[in-house]
Design a protein around this ligand. Structure first.
Ligand code: ADP
Ligand code: MG
Ligand code: MG
Length: 886
């Protein structure tokens, strides 16, 4: 038997089901599922993703058996709908829809009304008794087919339509007559002939295969490729094609089309949220041509004065409410649906798990547990760690002064400021130079994705809450104000004008509040968020499932407090060099560096000692006995000295050291490769008094609190950049001597740990030797990545982006831990370390600690904790729970 490539759905039965997304794409699988659970879905069939794979394997041809399968399934649609494809009297019209495993806005647009030609259009006229409708459908078909299948320039046909309206002196499409549409069909076809030198295909079969092949072809178009790259979708997946009988939302005022979410995708609130348009077809709702109406009055959506579906079409609305119930009970998740009403009869055209903002994601997960729809584990797995980032973003300071210049729809929350730009390419270019920009468009389309990605936020003049800009921004977690009809965008002069006549030009600073839909002039200050309510509840569940601990990297008492508020269970990395840069101390630090005698250095260090001690007291206090790992001085000393002439002169005055001497010191400290130079434990070995002072400060701080305030503290002293066990044994001996001396002086009992960072390949490879001395390892994966790849992060900007764009590297190894190389060193070091010290404490610090994929890797490698920046702690906690649950 030949392989099955085509899957039918219709008449209450379907070949496919929801869990066949890999084969049928998301749209096809859910159309099948909705059909089998008894929802009203126009019949159709899905050509599987395997055909797409074959298509590219076999030089854009199809399996031999496909044509026969397609016609057999087409016959089934004809039978169920009582119409025939291409029949002059009673023609069946089709929609051809793409549909990959994951929803992909970069793909081919849907072709509606396929099967129309000069003959069948007359059949539609006879059947519907509505000539205007028939020719409107026809011109829409020619327009869509020309655009998405033939690749005709869209503007040419749009221009003809505009010309027609001008000629007839009308403003809206709805004012054009049957005759006008008929004219336009002719003009469109002539324009296609003139521009592409092809006759528009009259044969419905040719139209059908043209559209099918265009869907498969669009899998490899630039937009789709870009989208896949941004969203890590493999090219091998392929797309399915859905061919479906048409139903019409544009046959009069008892017809409509709409989109809805079973819960509010912006806030997560449990009410039915959607928009629709009477007498409209396809994507009119999202295209922003007419302002859509709300489906109910549950909330003011910003289009409040328009009548709702509940009011105009109460019966269909009630049926839709029931379907909402059925879908949520069935899928146990918030659904994003598309529907059409033809002459009072409701049809479902799509359902999928709805994209939602981070706050909505959390609220829906928690609510659904409370409603008994899902369990806690499912709730935790439903919130993507990376999505939390959005929640942890600041909102506008409620007390800040702001000048609101326009109001639009609150399409995607957050508060951002930036310079105005008007095109996606420019947004991308500006962002590359490190600028913050706001992309302002009349409306966005899939061609703008890269610019939306690069911008801080997006502002559009047209389109509703379900417009392209709104949906994509929510998916990206980007702030977006959509449908801001109060501004007039002028691309030519690169400016927009508000209702009050205020002109905002390219480069001007504005602020967007995506939660309120407000546009403000200038930069409005922001505040960080409150992590209570549903968030706290969900994070509580997260901590029930998580087994790996999460710490934070924090250098100050303030950061330590933030870290604890975000749920950090300790500090994994407290850097001490930042303390050296403090205005008060830098003088003493420089004095130390400039003295060439031990005595002089010790004198200077004695000045720093009390300050460092008070730093550590502050941090230990904030952490209330939770573990704190303190790293001894790491950067090369030249970083503490001024580098330019003017600063050197100034320093020479304040320090009363001749300029010449100063310059000599600066020069002598100069290094060719500071990253690989005289830093870390190498400083500790050559200037032991520096580390001695730091260890004394740490221990004094801890003893003070233990003795006087009843704390229990186990300080963790971390020595950076160890390459050989000998370095560590020397430095450990020094440290232990100081520790014991301080403890004895205070007369307290205190444990402490001395460990090292593993950030050099040699350390990882000899971790068994190093563990004979080290009581803990902390993987410094930033330096370990630099030293493993042999590249400097500060210089990598010149080639790394090129590597990633050209697929030489999949991801930036400084963002996502390189598991194959760096990860292997981590694994080796863990194994070797445990072989000589079975209970050695293992952790990771550095940027990777807050990257979800890297956290999952750390969990698998058996690390005790991961440490990341305070704001990423909740992300790391959630990622660790995901790792434990999967
Ligand atoms: P997308 O992937 O962009 O959502 P769809 O395939 O869902 O594209 O099609 C877009 C719109 O076209 C749908 O929301 C619906 O309004 C309209 N449409 C698709 N198929 C049909 C059909 N069989 N009958 C009527 N309208 C349809
Ligand atoms: Mg589309
Ligand atoms: Mg759709």
């Amino acid at each position: 038997m030949a392989l099955k490539y085509v899957y039918f759905f219709g008449g209450g039965q379907a070949d496919g089901k929801a869990d066949m997304k890999n084969l049928l794409g998301g749209k096809g699988a859910n159309l099948a599922e909705m059909t089998s659970i008894g929802l009203p879905v126009p019949p159709g069939f899905t050509i599987s993703t395997e055909v797409c794979t074959e298509f590219y394997k076999n030089n854009r041809t199809h399996p031999a058996s496909l044509a026969a399968e397609v016609s057999a399934n087409l016959k089934k649609i004809e039978d169920l709908m009582g119409k025939k494809f291409g029949d002059p009297a009673n023609p069946l019209l089709l929609s051809v829809r793409s549909g990959a495993r994951a929803s992909m806005p970069g793909m081919m647009d849907t072709v509606l009304n396929l099967g129309l030609n000069d003959t069948t259009v007359k059949g539609i006229v006879a059947q519907s008794g509505d000539e205007r409708f028939a020719y409107d459908a026809y011109r829409r078909f020619v327009q869509m087919y020309a655009d998405v299948v033939l690749g005709m320039n869209k503007d040419t046909l749009d221009h003809l339509l505009e010309q027609k309206k001008e000629e007839r002196d009308v403003h809206f499409d709805t004012d054009l007559t049957a005759g006008d549409w008929k004219d336009l069909v002719g003009q469109y076809k002539a324009a296609i002939k003139a521009e592409l030198d092809i006759d528009f295909p009259e044969d419905p079969q040719e139209q059908l295969w043209g559209a099918i092949n265009a869907v498969f072809g669009s899998w490899m178009n630039q937009r789709a490729i870009t989208y896949r790259k941004l969203n890590n979708i493999p090219a091998e997946w392929g797309t399915a094609v859905n061919v479906q009988g048409m139903v019409f939302g544009n046959m009069g005022n008892d017809c409509a089309t709409g989109v809805a979410f079973t819960r509010d995708p912006s806030t997560g609130e449990n009410y039915f949220y959607g928009e629709f348009l009477v007498n409209a077809q396809g994507e009119d709702v999202v295209a922003g041509i007419r302002t859509p109406q709300p489906i109910n009055r549950a909330k003011d959506n910003g289009n409040g004065d328009l009548p709702s579906m509940e009011e105009v079409m109460p019966e269909c609305y009630q049926q839709l409410v029931q379907i909402r119930e059925i879908l949520e009970q069935h899928y146990k998740d918030m659904q994003d649906i598309e529907f059409t009403i033809e002459k009072g009869v409701l049809y479902m055209l799509q359902t999928r798990n709805g994209k939602r903002t981070a706050p909505a994601s959390i609220k829906i997960a928690v609510d659904m547990v409370n409603e008994g729809l899902i369990d806690k584990k499912t709730a935790v797995l439903r919130v993507a760690p990376s999505q939390l980032d959005q929640l942890l973003h600041p909102t506008l300071d409620p007390h800040a002064k702001k000048t609101v210049i326009a109001k639009g729809l609150p399409a995607s929350p957050g508060a951002v400021s930036g310079e105005v730009v008007f095109c996606a390419d420019e947004a991308e270019a500006e962002a590359k130079t490190g600028r913050k920009v706001i992309l302002v468009r009349i409306e966005t389309s899939p061609e703008d994705i890269h610019g939306m990605h690069a911008a801080q936020g997006i502002l559009t003049a047209r389109g509703g809450m379900t417009s392209h800009a709104a949906v994509v921004a929510r998916g990206m977690g980007k702030c977006c104000v959509a449908g801001c009809g109060e501004i007039k965008v002028d691309y030519t002069n690169e400016s927009f004008t508000t209702v009050t006549g205020q002109v905002v030009k390219k480069g001007d600073l504005i602020t967007l509040d995506g939660s309120k839909g407000e546009v403000m002039l200038g930069v409005v200050p922001t505040v960080s968020v409150q992590l209570t309510g549903d968030f706290a509840k969900l994070m509580g569940w997260v901590d029930e499932f998580r087994t790996m601990k999460i710490r934070a990297n924090a250098d100050t008492p303030h950061d330590a407090r933030v870290a604890r508020d975000f749920g950090a269970e300790g500090i994994g990395l407290c850097r001490t060099e930042h303390m050296f840069f403090d205005a008060e101390r830098i003088a003493a630090v420089r004095e130390m560096i400039l003295s060439d005698e031990l005595e002089g250095r010790e004198r200077a260090l004695a000045k720093i000692l009390p300050m460092q001690t008070s730093d550590f007291i502050g941090i230990f206090k904030e952490m209330k006995g939770l573990p704190v790992t303190i790293r001894l001085l790491d950067p090369p000393l030249h970083e503490f000295l001024p580098q330019n002439e003017k600063d050197i002169e100034e320093l020479s005055k304040t320090m009363k050291v001749p300029v010449k001497t100063l310059k000599y010191t600066v020069e002598s400290l100069h290094e060719f490769n500071p990253m690989l130079g005289h830093r870390g434990c190498r400083l500790g070995i050559t200037f032991p008094e520096i580390y001695d002072m730091q260890v004394r400060a740490i221990m004094t701080a801890a003893c003070e609190l233990v003795k006087n305030e009843g704390f229990s503290i186990v300080p963790e002293i971390m020595i950076p950049l160890i390459a050989t066990v000998k370095e560590l044994s020397v430095l450990k001996q020094n440290a232990v001597a100081i520790c014991e001396e301080v403890i004895a002086a205070y007369g307290v009992k205190m444990e402490y740990l001395i460990g090292t960072m593993i950030e050099l390949p040699r350390a990882a490879l000899t971790a068994d030797e190093i563990a004979t001395e080290a009581e803990f390892f902390s993987f410094g994966t930033n330096d370990l990545t630099q030293t493993t790849f042999g590249l400097s992060r500060d210089d990598a900007g010149k080639f790394l982006p090129f590597y990633i764009d050209n697929g030489i590297m999949d991801e930036d190894p400084f963002v996502t831990l390189d598991q194959a190389g760096v990860g292997q060193l981590v694994k080796i070091a863990c194994e070797k370390g445990r072989s000589t010290r079975p209970n050695i404490k293992l952790g990771i610090c550095g940027e990777h600690g807050g990257n979800p994929a890297s956290v999952i890797f750390c969990h698998k490698a058996g690390l005790n904790y991961a440490s990341c920046s305070p704001f990423r702690v909740p992300i790391a906690r959630l990622a660790a729970a995901h790792a434990a649950l999967s």
